[in-house]
Write a protein that binds this ligand. Structure first.
Ligand code: HAS
Length: 544
């Protein structure tokens, strides 16, 4: 890999790792405030640190890591030209300018609106402009990725595209179509409103546009982890890809069903016709299918590889897995976490049960299992080989061992924290609230033990972050020079050839748009015609 390429990919990853530190510290403070262990000094508001935590981890860390990783995948599988690299740098800098603008407003306490920035909470206009720039920057990255694949396909007529390049192109297509929604909300509603050109804002429209984007956002995080599960983990365990066609089909299904499902975040909201909520819940159950296909495919890979190595019996194949290789262990624990994480998602999506858990800290528990365990542990697993590969160093046995300790620390911390969040949520504990005794009610007194457990889990997780930072610095700057493999698996020899229609991009995009129009047109027109006129801005009382 050339120095220039490596510098480009690593730049994205540096921002991700700095975000992990800042966002993680904010998370620790969160748990300490909620358990009444500390009060924030110097007039810092609870919602200020909660916003920083959410924006920096859920939006900044993820987006930068994903774009850096995806560029590395594209560079490896289809190549990157000098021109493409220049445009990729442009995407980086546009994103950086946007990120800095948003970060400054949050740090100044002018944008304590949380990562969902629900109206009528109002931030400084610079916050929204910053967000818009981050999105535009990510689009530029997407255009480069599609162009990379396009150039490759022109040079290889009639051939199927490399699996990982296909997956990146799908993820960026989903991201682009989804982020159009939030871009419209920011440009048409939030920026004019925060600049004072509009006095009120249509809250229901803004939330609907946000969740049109917000649910595919979680799959934008998940799919890069799936790329590693499908195409990289098999190589690390000494096996092959179970089915190239199945992997492609599952990504196509994500493209179809990720977007027309936003109402499952708005099930308790008045003003949306229940029939359309029902339809979008049905579509949500469709988007579970590609994850079940992924689970099936992973089990198949593990079992086939194990049996080939001579481990028989019902579970004998489990023995062969390289438990002492952190490049496998970290993503594997991510997979395990996705079993309860996914089950929690199915509970959330079930309309009646959503009434029990909505706006409770159960939901926070759900996304700490999914994004903060499944996805992040997979990203850590990727980092252990990607960073030394890019910096021309080696993952030494000592660093591997430290990585295993890091993985265990993360797992223990997250099990305690997320477990306590789930239970407290079922006992009615609200999400997004600082410590309160709620007037001394008995119910609130039941929550405090779980809050303390979350503070303990959060502290353990912070140790995990420090460890990760240490390993990262070692891998990037100090580990011995050498060549670290970029592990990409091949397909099983006896696999059926992948049908070419799986690359029928026009058809897939047309079906995606048709599903979106079906799920959103009528309810959206209804919302615009019938929702209340708009709401004046609201801000948190000082000191919250
Ligand atoms: Fe979710 C809320 C529904 C998946 C993230 N979700 C959130 C929020 C976030 C989030 C951040 O329907 C909060 C948003 C906010 O701030 O308000 N979610 C789902 C459903 C799924 C789902 C149906 N969510 C995710 C993923 C996320 C994520 C993935 C991040 C990456 N979620 C909801 C709903 C809400 C929600 C409602 C709103 C709640 C409310 O009221 O506010 C599905 O995609 C889940 C399908 C997954 C599976 C699991 C398959 C298992 C696999 C692992 C296999 C294991 C192996 C290893 C192979 C069916 C693939 C085994 C080895 C052995 C040895 C055993």
């Amino acid at each position: 890999i050339s120095k220039q390429e490596s510098r480009l990919y690593m730049s994205f990853i540096y921002v991700a790792i700095i975000s992990l530190l800042i966002g993680g510290l904010m998370g620790l403070l969160q748990t300490l405030v909620r358990s009444n262990t500390i009060t924030l000094p110097w007039g810092i508001g609870y919602y200020q640190i909660l916003t920083l935590h959410g924006v920096v981890l859920a939006l900044v860390l993820t987006t930068y890591f994903i774009i850096g990783f995806q560029f590395a995948l594209m560079g490896k599988t289809v190549g990157i030209s000098l021109k493409q690299r220049k445009v990729a740098w442009l995407s980086f800098w546009v994103m950086i300018v946007g990120t800095v603008m948003a970060a400054i407003t949050i740090l100044m306490g002018k944008a304590s609106v949380l990562y969902t920035f629900y109206a009528p909470l109002k931030a400084h206009p610079v916050f929204y402009i910053g967000l818009a720039l981050v999105i535009v920057g990510s689009w530029i990255a997407g255009f480069v990725n599609w162009h990379q694949l396009f150039v490759w396909k022109k040079k290889h007529p009639g051939e199927k595209s490399p699996l990982l390049a296909f997956m990146v192109a799908i993820n960026m297509a989903m991201w682009f179509i989804a982020s159009l929604g939030v871009a419209v909300a920011v440009l048409v509603q939030f920026i004019p409103w925060s600049l004072g050109y509009a006095e009120t804002i249509n809250v229901l429209v803004s939330r609907t546009l946000f969740w049109y984007f917000g649910h595919p956002l979680v799959y934008f995080w998940l799919l890069p982890a799936y790329m590693a599960w499908y195409a990289i983990i098999p190589k690390i365990i000494g096996g092959k890809i179970f089915s190239d066609s199945l992997a492609r089909l599952s990504f196509i299904l994500f493209l179809f069903f990720s977007i027309p499902v936003g109402f499952h975040h708005q099930l308790t909201e008045p003003g949306i016709d229940p029939v359309w909520k029902f339809i979008q819940v049905v579509l949500t159950f469709m988007v579970i299918i590609p994850s079940l296909m992924t689970a099936f495919s992973m089990f198949a890979t593990f079992e086939i590889t194990g049996r080939r190595k001579g481990f028989g019996g019902l579970f004998g194949w489990l023995k062969h897995l390289p438990w002492k290789d952190v490049r496998f262990l970290a993503p594997f624990i991510g997979m395990l976490a996705f079993i309860p994480g996914g089950a929690g998602g199915i509970i959330n999506a079930s309309h009646q049960m959503n009434a029990v858990v909505h706006n409770t800290i159960w939901v926070t528990g759900h996304f700490h299992l999914t994004v903060a365990t499944t996805v992040i542990l997979t990203f850590f697993g990727i980092s252990y080989w990607l960073i030394p590969h890019l910096t021309g160093r080696k993952l030494t046995p000592q660093l591997n061992r430290l990585g295993i300790i890091q993985t265990i620390v993360w797992t223990v911390g997250m099990t305690i924290m997320s477990g306590a969040m789930h239970i407290q949520g079922l006992l009615g504990g609200p999400r997004r609230s600082a410590f309160s005794e709620y007037g001394g009610t008995e119910q609130a007194s039941n929550w405090i033990g779980y809050q303390l457990a979350q503070a303990i889990g959060g502290s353990i997780l912070f140790i995990g972050i420090i460890l990760m930072l240490y390993i990262f610095i070692k891998l990037a700057f100090f580990a011995p020079k050498g060549i670290e493999e970029f592990p990409i698996a091949e397909e099983e020899e006896d696999a059926e050839p992948t049908p070419m229609f799986l690359e029928n991009w026009k058809l897939w995009i047309a079906i995606t748009l048709a599903l979106i129009l079906f799920a959103y047109t009528i309810p959206f027109v209804d919302i615009i015609q019938n929702s209340p006129p708009g709401s004046p801005p609201f801000s948190w009382p000082i000191g919250n």
